[in-house]
Design a protein around this ligand. Structure first.
Ligand SMILES: Cc1cc2nc3c(=O)[nH]c(=O)nc-3n(C[C@H](O)[C@H](O)[C@H](O)COP(=O)(O)OP(=O)(O)OC[C@H]3O[C@@H](n4cnc5c(N)ncnc54)[C@H](O)[C@@H]3O)c2cc1C
Length: 366
């Protein structure tokens, strides 16, 4: 048996632990400062706040992230088809490009994502909309694909339940899974938290808080930064059934975005902002008014009257200069820095992390 401690119960820690448990010779303990059903998030704990959808941000030449996101997309499609309790729901995902952004930022050049090309185009059902399908006085072009909405809190609980199922007896000497609430100051402490004695391998899935670990490389601390997001959770009385993104550009409020995720149980996620290096908790009270007036302008086919906002959520996307860190250093595997894409990259990132663990296990045999 290989004893492994995963530090972090965000989407990355949970998915990596889930994939490690598929190998019956692994025993996994997750330790975390915060877990998915906590009522308050006192520290940056991003996963429960996310929407979440799949909209890969990989650049056209970034094959590494594309592979990770494709792997994750295929896995989520399996869950949509076969596992309703995972709370991943199929939704068309439509993106509209307003004329002012097309002219000023994109300089009149049509910009399509990497999944508009090659085999992924077919897999994902990518299609440019005909001009008759959108308002040509507002938009330069628009496209859609077969997307999804992941109900993050329920989905993370599903992953935990799956791990208990794989584990066997709970709290006995043969159990293969356990969870422990603890805050560590350094990764070297993590080895001592395994349920069956000292761990051989530690997986670091601490998100933005990786920068606070005493034994993380100093250059790594410099690379991590928050990008704050603010979203409103509303009762969906708008009639919207598709995920909708309007790629707005407002020079007065350049950090403000416009996107919507209709969840299965009749909630609508209304976003949002993208505020680089903002780690505050203050929310501009005028933002919701601008958001609603943009809704009425750009998405007037839906009903925005008397919309009931249930709550306002904010979180800090754990960005890392240079992109995701999925790297093994001896018997520590680092898996963090997922920025705005932790859910859409989760399965692919976990697959790569498992490869790194196997590489260590094979090396240590000799
Ligand atoms: C508003 C918003 C919308 C988003 N929408 C999407 C979306 O639609 N699609 C998408 O793919 N992504 C989305 N994201 C991004 C996504 O949420 C993140 O990429 C993802 O949650 C990062 O997960 P993580 O597991 O790396 O970190 P986290 O979720 O932050 O988890 C970190 C874990 O590590 C633990 N931890 C940290 N330090 C320690 C320590 N010292 N000791 C013990 N435990 C520790 C924490 O308690 C926590 O359990 C969104 C983010 C925001 C804010």
């Amino acid at each position: 048996m290989t004893k492994i401690v995963v530090v972090g119960a965000g989407i990355i820690g949970l998915t990596v632990a889930h994939e490690l448990l598929k190998d019956e010779s692994n025993q996994v303990t997750i330790i975390a400062q915060q877990f998915p059903t906590d009522f308050e998030f006192a520290t940056p704990y991003t996963s429960p706040i996310a929407g979440a959808n799949w909209c890969s941000f990989a650049e056209l030449n970034d094959k590494f992230t594309q592979e990770i996101d494709k792997n994750s997309y295929l896995k989520f499609q399996e869950l949509i088809k076969n596992v309703p309790q995972a709370n991943v729901t199929a939704r068309k995902d439509i993106t509209y490009i307003p004329i002012n952004k097309f002219k000023t930022i994109y300089k009149g050049v049509k910009v399509l994502p990497w999944f508009a090309y090659g085999d992924m185009k077919k897999i994902i059902g990518f299609r440019e909309l005909n001009p008759s399908e959108y308002d040509t006085s507002l938009f330069a072009y628009a496209y859609e694909y077969n997307g999804m909405v992941i109900r993050t809190g329920y989905y993370m609980t599903y992953l935990i339940n799956e791990m208990w199922k794989m584990s066997g007896d709970v709290e006995t000497s043969t159990s293969r899974f356990s969870m422990r609430r603890a805050t560590i100051k350094s990764l070297s402490e993590a080895y001592t938290y395994h349920q069956h004695g000292r761990a051989e391998i530690v997986i670091n899935c601490t998100g933005l808080l990786a920068k606070n670990l005493l034994d993380i490389e100093s250059e790594e601390k410099e690379k991590l930064y928050p990008v704050r997001g603010v979203v409103f959770v509303a009762e969906n009385t708008t009639g919207m059934k598709t995920l909708s993104v309007v790629d707005i550009y407002d020079p007065e409020y350049p950090e403000e975005k416009l996107y919507f995720m209709p969840r299965r149980e009749g909630e609508l996620i209304m976003g949002g902002v993208f505020q680089v290096n903002n780690d505050t908790k203050d929310i501009d009270p005028t933002f919701i008014h601008r958001l609603l007036s943009r809704c009425k302008k750009y998405l007037s086919q839906h009903n925005w009257e008397n919309i009931k906002i249930i709550r306002t959520q904010f979180g800090y996307r754990p960005f890392r200069k240079g992109g995701y860190r999925i790297e093994r250093k001896g018997n520590i595997v680092h898996v963090y820095g997922f920025g705005a894409g932790g859910f859409q990259s989760s399965w692919g990132a976990a697959a790569k992390s498992v490869e790194l663990v196997k590489e260590y296990q094979n090396k240590s045999k000799f």
